[in-house]
Design a protein around this ligand. Structure first.
Ligand SMILES: Nc1ncnc2c1ncn2[C@@H]1O[C@H](COP(=O)(O)OP(=O)(O)O)[C@@H](O)[C@H]1O
Ligand SMILES: [Mg+2]
Length: 270
């Protein structure tokens, strides 16, 4: 077997060979198609999608509900397999990995942020954020250290023992971001991360995500139906009926206009 369980370390060690441009894309999507079968009916969620994404980019996939955004994101994040086509991340062809290998690859390299936060309701902030580190078998001392740092970075110091139901939507999404970033993934996927939040909280959440991603040179792929979110991205890919309608470089990138993040938490507390 060419790709053993150490595929993720292959990714970590990935260096362009001599002669290959260092501008090689981090993510290559080649003619990806996804057809769902429901009884006799076929739903073409993605028709034929090809594009490259580069390290350090913030790319927004913009499209109406049902256009195939979530399907696309799940496919690139290795949560689902395409019907046809190839997805290659850091030289590793995801479609050739078995389920266990994909899981390991994801745990090490990918963070996912969800619209509805997907926190475990019985767990505290501390427990939710440290969960990915437990899956990776990190020892307790290091795990707690990294978890506390991650919680502080999203402005939730003092909220370590709260359960999701004891926090606002914006605070829950901060926990979701801390959990996605605690493993220091190379790529972060966010599916409508501010879909349940008001404009002001959206701005704060975008600031937290963008500050972290840019300072760590991580790659952020965000999908949204909201064109305001696209304004923060380096590139905007418009999706329609499972195909790419356009790809534009954003010449006028918006910076989140908000007071400092920690101050905002204080206000929410009062
Ligand atoms: N698991 C599934 N089974 C059948 N159809 C699906 C499934 N997931 C998505 N679809 C269909 O695929 C299309 C694209 O869906 P989706 O990717 O969720 O769009 P978006 O995220 O842009 O709203 C829709 O027509 C949707 O109904
Ligand atoms: Mg969706």
């Amino acid at each position: 077997m060419m790709y053993n369980n150490r595929c993720e370390s292959k990714f970590k060690c990935y260096k362009p060979k001599e002669g290959i441009s260092i501008n090689k894309p981090l993510i290559e999507v080649k003619h990806v198609r996804k057809v769902y079968r429901m009884g006799d009916e076929k739903v073409v969620a993605l028709d034929d999608i090809s594009l490259d994404i580069y390290r350090g980019e913030v790319v927004c996939f913009l499209g109406k509900s049902g256009s195939g955004k979530s399907t696309f994101l799940n496919m690139v994040a290795g949560l689902e397999k395409p019907t046809k086509g190839e997805i290659i991340i850091g030289g590793v062809p995801l479609h050739k990995l078995n389920e266990e290998q994909v899981t390991m690859f994801r745990q090490k390299n990918i963070g996912f942020i969800f619209q509805s936060y997907n926190l475990l309701p019985m767990l505290t902030t501390l427990e939710n954020v440290s969960y990915p580190l437990i899956l990776r078998g990190m020892d307790k001392k290091e795990r707690i250290k990294r978890t506390l740092r991650s919680i502080e970075e999203v402005g939730l110091k003092g909220y370590e023992e709260r359960k999701p139901s004891q926090m606002s939507g914006g605070q829950q999404q901060r926990v979701g971001i801390a959990r996605a970033l605690v493993v220091e993934p190379k790529i972060i996927f966010a599916d409508e991360p501010t879909g349940n939040l008001d404009t002001k909280t959206t701005e704060v959440i975008m600031k937290i995500m963008l500050d972290k991603v840019k300072s760590n040179n991580q790659t952020l792929i965000i999908v949204s139906h909201d064109s305001t979110i696209a304004e923060y991205a380096d590139r905007i890919v418009t999706i329609q009926d499972g195909n790419i309608l356009s790809i534009e470089k954003n010449e006028n990138i918006r910076t989140p206009q908000t007071e400092d993040v920690l101050g905002d938490t204080k206000k929410l507390e009062n």
